[in-house]
Design a binder for this molecule. Sequence first.
Ligand code: MOS
Length: 695
Amino acid sequence: MTFLSEPEAVGRDLPRRDGPAKVLGTAAYAGETPLENVAYLHLVQATIARGRVTELDATAAESLDGVVAVLTPGTAERLASTEDRELAALQDVRVAFRGQVVAAVVADSSEVARHAAALVRVSYAQEAHDVELRADRDDLYAPEQVNAGFPTDTAEGDVEAGLAAAAVTVEQTYTTAMYHNNPMEPHATTALWDRDPAGDGFLTLWDSTQGVHPTRETVATVFGLDEAQIRVVCPYVGGGFGSKGNPHVNVVLAAMAARAVPGRPVRLALTRQQMFSLCGYRTPTIQRCALGADRGGALTALAIDVVEQTSRIKEFAEQTGVPSRMMYATPNRRTTHRLAALDVPVPSWMRAPGECPGMFGPEVAMDELAERLGMDPVELRMRNEPEVDPDSGKPFSSRNLVGCLREGAQRFGWAERDPRPGLRRRGDWLVGTGVAASTYPVNRMPQSTATIRRERDRYVAEIGAADLGTGTWTTLPQIAADALGVPVDRVDVRIGDTDYPVASVAGGSSGMTTWGSAVIEAALAFRDRYGSEPPDGAEASGSVGEPDGRYAMHAFGAQFAEAHVNADTGEVRVPRLLGVFAAGRIINPRTARSQFIGGMTMGLSMALHENSVLDPRTGHVVNHDFAEYHITANADVGEIEAHWLPEHDPYVNAMGSKGIGEIGIVGTAAAVSNAVWHACGARVRDLPITLDKVL
Ligand code: MOS
């Protein structure tokens, strides 16, 4: 295939096709879909963390001018499936977490809906709640498996013996905080329940989602509808980071409200504060890590025992220990996960679930081990390269961690580094540098189909894929063009609509692998059928195939950070971040760079700022807005560079590309913590790195 050996469009830094519409404000997002006579939905949320609603008085709300309907557990429709209890909106009077929806108001304007929601009087029978995650709880349990289908625990060799035989050991506890996804565009849905031409009920959802087809499937199940009765539309998404990876209760409520006022569109745009209860978050983790090494730095044992939370109503088991299963070679290894089911909102996906929190503890522990060995931390990592994937025993399709570390060290100026902490001072600031490794699996979803059609002198690829701001609008045409052997400016794509062929979720950095493979299959079928002179209207489809099961497939990276710690105040600044990644073929350097530095910036945010503060007395995240939930802003980021190795991996997919949406956040926080130690000598094992922890 010509695009493999001599790509024309793939590899070019083409600007975003959706850029002008977004900059000009003409790109309509889910909450601004232009429709007539829109009604607005506003939610009433529980003010207790556990108990039940005893009385709900909507008289004042209903008497307000402009109120169309009030949905309560007494009046809301009975859903066909309540198996997913996160989605079982208004089906009973139980309250399982603070912020749970207990009623909802539909009105002619968003202002009236919000005012009326505030007038709904709710009485509760409150029960004692429990929202405190601790490693010493006696009710921790082992889930059947952790997310993405991984085993809960793994064991190999004898960790205790490996630690006993080690020349040097590190045994410490590391914690990551609770984090909330905060995409620029809050979750929003416009829903219309109407009749199709045959007179049957038909639901249209303009929803901000990472996957129109997965959303349709879930909504069909919840309401007992046929998938053919639902259309989900989402051409643009203002970010999601996983929180729009599966529909949350807001989507169900919007659809439910639309069905209560047939023929009239209903719009629900969550407020920023509501997003802190209703659309998932990253569970806090407690990671007990143990490393042992011989004098030469070879690991004799590696263990990570993870404790994290889930909700009482739905299990979500972050796969935090999973990256430790494949990262380094050691004869003795243990990884475990235990959960506490608490009276908290349901955790969910957040950028690099598993890898992101799971590479914090181990990568700081590796730095501590290097310190005790008197060995350079880059060198220590290189000495523990496995020959094959230690977890599966399979060879890696490609593994260029060493190349990333080497190139990163060279670009960052690591060679001149004095390893001793607390020695460098610039004015009032102590200066240090740190490194950490990064990894993310190459995921491929089982289902996606693309159709390619000739329309007059243009080629059109259709697939229900999503563009979260990641570049799909731009990169899929690049792949299609090379697969068709035509110039990229003759190729259009149509995505973000269930009217197009089925596509998988934009999650697990799987989008390009999955949809790109489907597009290539469609293009090959198209060329097979029509040759080089396809007539107008020529059309062919293709679907993503099975992954090559012979290999373990992962992207790798090396993160370098420079930290400055104010000697008087403990303030931490990070003027420099540098990442080098080995992520297969890069489809578009411009959009790829944005993904990498976006991930690194989010990792910096995790290192220094982000922290959802859950008040145990109320079960409430008290800093539930941008005034108090701090996210790294422009002024917090200094120089930030992302580089990549020219990696050609023929096994991952036809493009040779590995996913890049998530690896940028992995390891960043550990690199920053390691740099902070090098600057001032304080080992910060609990994120975020705030000034009270370094002074
Ligand atoms: Mo990503 S958290 O897999 O959407």
